[in-house]
Design a protein around this ligand. Structure first.
Ligand SMILES: Nc1ncnc2c1ncn2[C@@H]1O[C@H](COP(=O)(O)OP(=O)(O)OP(=O)(O)O)[C@@H](O)[C@H]1O
Length: 303
């Protein structure tokens, strides 16, 4: 079993009346990629911000290497984030060298910017360039190199390839896989694209309405999806023209459901009890679970 690096327990984040995240628990393990999949508004980015400690949880706690880290600075060194937009995350007035030298200094690292560039497979002569002289994929590699300067244990990647050209996405995902292997990083891969989770992640969690509704190893979750929501996501995935957004409910609507299953209003398999009680997690395979009443019948619900 790969060692647990980051553990979130019962995370809740409320913004005024919107419950962006409701009771989310997950673990990230050394040398493993964990995907968090869901539509726009499902709460994925809020989970990333909570795990990065960019926002404080309303409830719940986060353990890093088994302990609560009070010093945010120490925490942020070990848990680095890569954002969706490589155009917005680099400062246009500074060279690439500046972007990499700064974190190396802050974290008192012996490494050189050249070594960081090599790690993300970029030529060292790009160091003298400005962000606008690089492509989106190259910029995202610089953002990853900057995160690596801190020698993190965890990389939180929030839709790291969704703004990139389709043709270069695979290259950036393969780089993340390579770093996971070589540096034994725990990676959280946030995406709306469940097909990419199968390819890229060891384990996959599916989020809907601020909650995780299904989880397990990526192969089982994507090949034998149990939750009706995951099934719908997968059905709409093969055709990139048929956007998953078509399934989407306004987030406020999802967040307004106070009892029962969050997905009841959109579920093709809805039953009477779905409106009344929230479904518990049930085992649907080895290490694979779903929070759905369809699976509660005979076998007991898993804790
Ligand atoms: N700072 C905020 N203030 C108020 N509401 C917020 C804030 N941040 C997020 N929300 C709400 O919380 C819910 C979840 O948002 P979140 O950004 O986490 O979803 P997401 O799945 O990451 O979507 P996207 O892929 O579009 O970023 C949404 O209803 C959103 O409007």
């Amino acid at each position: 079993m790969n060692e647990v690096v980051l553990e979130a327990e019962g995370l809740v984040k409320t913004y005024k009346r919107v419950r962006a995240v409701q009771d989310v628990s997950l673990v990230l393990r050394r040398g493993r990629v964990t995907a968090l999949v869901g539509e726009s508004g499902s709460g994925k980015s809020t989970v990333a911000k909570l795990l990065a400690r960019l926002v404080e949880p309303t409830e719940g706690e986060i353990l890093l290497d088994g302990r609560k880290v009070r010093r945010v600075r120490e925490y942020r060194r070990k848990v680095q984030m890569v954002f969706q937009d490589p155009f917005a995350s680099l400062n246009p007035i500074h060279t690439i060298r500046y972007h990499l030298t700064r974190p190396l200094k802050i974290h008192k690292r012996q490494e050189t910017p050249e070594e960081l560039m090599e790690r993300v497979q970029l030529p060292a002569d790009f160091l003298s360039r400005y962000p606008h002289e690089l492509s989106g994929g190259q910029r995202q590699r610089v953002a990853i190199a900057r995160a690596l300067a801190a020698h993190p244990e965890v990389l939180l990647a929030d839709e790291p390839v969704s703004m990139l050209d389709v043709s270069i996405r695979l290259g950036v995902l393969n780089l993340l896989l390579d770093l996971k292997e070589r540096l034994k990083l725990a990676v959280l891969y946030i995406t709306h694209d469940i097909a990419s989770a199968r390819y890229f992640a060891d384990e996959t969690f599916v989020m809907y309405g601020g909650q995780i509704v299904e989880g397990g190893d990526s192969e089982s979750v994507t090949q034998q999806p149990a939750h009706p929501y995951t099934q719908l996501l997968i059905e709409s995935a093969p055709d990139p023209e048929r956007s998953v957004v078509a399934l989407d409910a306004p987030a406020e609507e999802a967040a307004a459901v106070s009892a029962g299953c969050q997905f009841a209003a959109r579920c093709p398999k809805v039953q009477a009890r779905c409106w009344i009680d929230a479904p518990p997690r049930s085992d649907v395979g080895a290490g694979h679970w779903a929070a759905c009443w369809l699976y509660v019948e005979t076998a007991g619900a898993a804790a």
